[in-house]
Every structure is written in structure tokens, then in C-alpha cells.
Design a protein around this ligand. Structure first.
Ligand SMILES: Cc1cc2nc3c(=O)[nH]c(=O)nc-3n(C[C@H](O)[C@H](O)[C@H](O)COP(=O)(O)O)c2cc1C
Length: 202
């Protein structure tokens, strides 16, 4: 797309678009991956079922390239997806607020491995093993198409969603979530603009 075709969104339009994203309540997924003895994971909402064919299940995820988990998925070519129980905010603090660049997020946690060798969070409701079939670089994130090669429901309970997270977070955690969201927005905005610039030059 040429630069002159790009739209500068007015504040009103941005607010209206933002409102659309608040009409639904996405689940929080725990995405894990492992390379040798390096294991990691993060919390993601950008996770979608990408196939309705029962014998060919596929998932799409979008992972920011500055995250430690992105490095692990890039190297391993596989990842696991977990849904969490609605009261498991501790897992969000552990995997969604800190970066694995600085610490082992699994330290002190009960975990095992999925059949495909990804870290499995024992407290999760379910797990899916995915192998990367295709990747797309979109500047700030890498979008992965994962072939689902295994999975199961471990416990049955209501699923943790963004709405529940925001409702049940104590004020100091909510402030931390807000701060990190703004930090990621700035990093992502710069990466998208750089990518678009490179895209236009080619
Ligand atoms: C509610 C919520 C949703 C998130 N969704 C995503 C997402 O879809 N993709 C992504 O790359 N990061 C997402 N994040 C950010 C990562 O979970 C977070 O930055 C994490 O600490 C990265 O860890 P890592 O550097 O160890 O990979 C989300 C965080 C929260 C709290």
C-alpha cells in the first residue's frame, strides 16, 4: 500500500474502533514453549481457532517479537496453548507481567511436559500441542499457524477471560497491567511503522 493511501485515524474514530474491541470478552491463553532446558511462556489474547475440520485442527497466534517466548517458538517451531480457570490470576501475574528474558517463569511451579515436549502448566484447564506450519512477520508480531497435534481437557471449570481479569485484579495489579500495556503499545507502534516503511520501500 502506498503512503498516501494510509488513513490517519481521528481521535473519534480511534475511540469508536476501541469500543468494537470491548464488545466481546476474549479468553486468556497461556502459551508455552521450550528449547533444550530453556522454557518459557506468556499470556495471550491473540489466539484463534483457525480450522473447523475435526481431523485437521489448527490455531493462529500472534506473538510480539520482543518477548522471550517469541524466541523460544521461533527456535522450537512448536508451542502449547492452555486455557486457565477463572480464578487463576496468579498465572497471569507470573506469565503476563514479567519477562522470561530475566527469570525462569516455571521456577517453583508444578509443571510437566506435553507429549510433544512443550511445558505443561498442571493448573490449566486444558492444553493443546501445536507445531508451526506457517509464520508471517507483521512487524511488531509474528503470526503463527499451528497444526494441533494433541490436546485434552484436564479440569472442567469456567475459563479466565479479560473481563474477569479486569474485574478481579487488585488496584496495584491493574495499574501494573495498564503500565505494561502502554509500554508494549509504544514498542509495537514503532515496529509496525518501521515494518510498513520497509514494506513500502520494497
Ligand atoms: C491480558 C494480556 C493479554 C496479552 N496478550 C498478548 C498477546 O496476544 N500476544 C503477545 O505477544 N503478548 C501478549 N501479552 C503480553 C505478554 O504476556 C507479556 O508481555 C509477557 O510478560 C511476555 O513474556 P516473555 O517475555 O517471557 O515472553 C498479553 C498480556 C496480558 C496481561
Amino acid at each position: 500500500m502506498q503512503p498516501e493511501q494510509r488513513t490517519n485515524l481521528s481521535p473519534e474514530t480511534r475511540d469508536a474502533i476501541g469500543e468494537v474491541f470491548h464488545l466481546y470478552d476474549p479468553p486468556l491463553w497461556l502459551v508455552t514453549a521450550r528449547v533444550g532446558n530453556r522454557r518459557g511462556g506468556l499470556i495471550a489474547t491473540a489466539v484463534t481457532r483457525a480450522s473447523i475440520v475435526a481431523e485437521l485442527p489448527r490455531m493462529l497466534i500472534a506473538i510480539a517479537k520482543h518477548h522471550c517466548t517469541w524466541q523460544l517458538i521461533e527456535s522450537a517451531g512448536r508451542f502449547a496453548l492452555h486455557l486457565l480457570p477463572s480464578d487463576d490470576l496468579e498465572t497471569v501475574w507470573r506469565f503476563g507481567l514479567a519477562s522470561g528474558h530475566r527469570r525462569d517463569k516455571f521456577a517453583g511451579l508444578v509443571w510437566s511436559e506435553t507429549p510433544d515436549g512443550n511445558p505443561m502448566h498442571e493448573g490449566a484447564l486444558s492444553w493443546l500441542d501445536c507445531r508451526v506450519e506457517q509464520r508471517m512477520d507483521i512487524g511488531d508480531r509474528a503470526v503463527y499457524l499451528g497444526e494441533v497435534v494433541g490436546g485434552a481437557v484436564s479440569h472442567r471449570a469456567p475459563v479466565l477471560t479479560v473481563g474477569i481479569l479486569l474485574r478481579d485484579s487488585p488496584p496495584e495489579r491493574k495499574a501494573e497491567l495498564k503500565r505494561l500495556y502502554a509500554q508494549d503499545q509504544a514498542i509495537d507502534a514503532a515496529a509496525i511503522r518501521a515494518w510498513r516503511g520497509a514494506d513500502q520501500a520494497s
